[in-house]
Design a protein around this ligand. Sequence first.
Ligand SMILES: Nc1ncnc2c1ncn2[C@@H]1O[C@H](COP(=O)(O)OP(=O)(O)O)[C@@H](O)[C@H]1O
Ligand SMILES: N[C@@H](CCC(=O)OP(=O)(O)O)C(=O)O
Length: 373
Amino acid sequence: MKPQQQTLVVKIGTSSLTSPDTGMLALSTIAALVETLCQLRREGYAVVLVSSGAVGIGCQRLDLKERPRTIAMTQAVAAVGQGRLMRVYDDLFSTFNQPIAQVLITRSDLIQRQHYVSAYRTFRQLLQLGVIPIVNENDTLAVEELRFGDNDTLSARVAGLVQADWLFLLTDVDRLYSADPRRYPDAKPIKVVHDIKALEELQIQAGKPGSSWGTGGMVTKIEAARIATSAGIRMVITDGRSPRNVAKILKGEPLGTHFEPEPQPQRARKRWIANGLIPCGKLHLDAGAVRAIADAGKSLLAAGITQVEGTFHPQDAVLLCDPQGEEVARGIVNYSSTELNAIQGHRSDDIAKILGYEGAETVIHRDNLVLSL
Ligand SMILES: Nc1ncnc2c1ncn2[C@@H]1O[C@H](COP(=O)(O)OP(=O)(O)O)[C@@H](O)[C@H]1O
Ligand SMILES: N[C@@H](CCC(=O)OP(=O)(O)O)C(=O)O
């Protein structure tokens, strides 16, 4: 990549790629998207496209009238649709001499630090080659428990991985509203969200998908905004039927809903702990421990743990909850659940006596601990 080059991740949903009535490919939209992305490449942006549509297009190919209900059927249909989707993209991008690459990922690929780093290197290499990677979840092979299940959060994780400057979510509404505009025509448009933490105060009703083909609706888009903005990435929700909006927004036109990036983004390793790892258990903390980790930025000690839930091993991820059961942080533990059941509530000096061996000084070191929003 050239120095100063900005990186864009653009995600397009099934609702924009296919016609809602017929389920057929919305070819003019896809062509406009391809043209826009090629133009942005020529202007010097590094571009990653996250494209949904494998299941929708697979259904159309197999003449199925609704989204599959079983996992095996979804996986089979996605395998049919993904090939077709890439064929269409390759034909259109080739018209502009733009090389593309298919990258299929699952959540499990981003859990292990080694795999995460390997994915980072692959994306970096592709972008250095001037390729536009086209990303989708590997629906055909993903195990249910280790699926993203929606491409909104997947695109935010990819944006964090490639250290993008912008994440665009192209969907079938022009922006976020105070409630689903299909059901509440009086819903108020929201143009800027300065602070994702303040979104609760706006009392947004983030509803389900607008069509039977979309996945997640606004709920997963807001989760994507949380992941992206905490990584220092500006996210914009805009109309997928007008992909040229991406170029217009980059030139400063006030379209869509902008989620402003946090001024002090989390470091990559902390992001990986917060968003990448799947927690295997829960530690309940007393009020003093919550204050120590949340207000004073300290490591977690055994003395502040009141209850241990789940079965886990050292180096697994766990959730940390306050006395009311609310999540306050996530982290990587130095002890197994069996060990923690024995030492919870005890002072660090007593640990060696209880376990019969010298353990780590902290249950979770502050470098491996990330506060939740
Ligand atoms: N507060 C809201 N503001 C805007 N749209 C909303 C809101 N709540 C729910 N929606 C619905 O979310 C839909 C977009 O999500 P989805 O169907 O999953 O699209 P995509 O396939 O692009 O991911 C919109 O069609 C809209 O009906
Ligand atoms: N991976 C799935 C898409 C899942 C998804 O998030 O869909 P959408 O809400 O349309 O962006 C597919 O290719 O069909």
